[in-house]
Design a protein around this ligand. Sequence first.
Ligand SMILES: [Fe+2]
Length: 325
Amino acid sequence: MNECINILIVDDNAANRETLESMLIGLGHDLRFAQSGEEAMSKAFENYPDLILLDVHMPGMDGFEVCKRIRLHPVLGDVPIVFTTASDDKKSKLDAMDAGADDFIVKPIDGMEIRARVKMIIRMNRHGKLKKLHSELEDSYEETLKGWVRALDTRDSATKDHSEKVTGLTTIIAQRAGISGDDLEAVRRGALLHDIGKFGVPDHILRKTGTLTDDEWVIMRTHPQRAYDILEPIKYLAKSLDIPYCHHEKWDGTGYPRQLKGVEIPLAARIFAVVDVWDALLSDRPYRKAWTTEKVIEYIRTNSGTHFDPGVVDVFLKMIAERNI
Ligand SMILES: [Fe+2]
């Protein structure tokens, strides 16, 4: 792919500027020129070049000073800068790097060499831009997820902070169970969004402090299916569906929504089921006080093999004992 970029050529000597122009013109880039450090600064801030070829020795502001000032700029600071100079000594090269140069080309400049260097810098710069875009995209995904969770926590104030706490514990146990990389990230997102389906449960049921009626339970129990319906069309969350969709399944097949049994239940959801109950029972609810740690451990142990996966319970209780929670 031939990419047209904006190159600023800075040299106080007209012949040198023309030489560089003749060497680069065939590459199809947009070439601009400055004949002093001062002019380089104003053109750089005017045009935001993608690359600067910068002469070192110029009357007035020299190349080192131009480079240092550009590096301090919040937007232009990362632009690739290549020094062009007649000095081939070690000190000049070290000074150039110290000033923030990316590369150093010695005059007289060879046409093949400068073209090759320009192409390489464009490639590296494109890679850097892609990486930056990718990380910005990841950040915005994360902020969106946290926004959903905050919105849900605001509606369901009884479970405030529950999502954050269970996400941390679930991720640790998943890691111990051998889940890693992208799969672990999918588990983390799934845990964070585990009750996202409650968006579809009306306030008078979600915020009710008394016992739910049978009819209300029917509606409450729709939240895993609602989570599936919300998340399934979102491509980057497709791998995170296991927990929101399956966290109320039980090891003995008596859970919901699909009555999955044993290892039919995805591992992430089996891990989450233990952590979810652990955190819920240790917290005050409008309808009951928090249980003691000993009582919760006893409950989890008693329900191992019926509600919970016995293998997960073993790992979980071992971790609780080690961490002295
Ligand atoms: Fe739930």
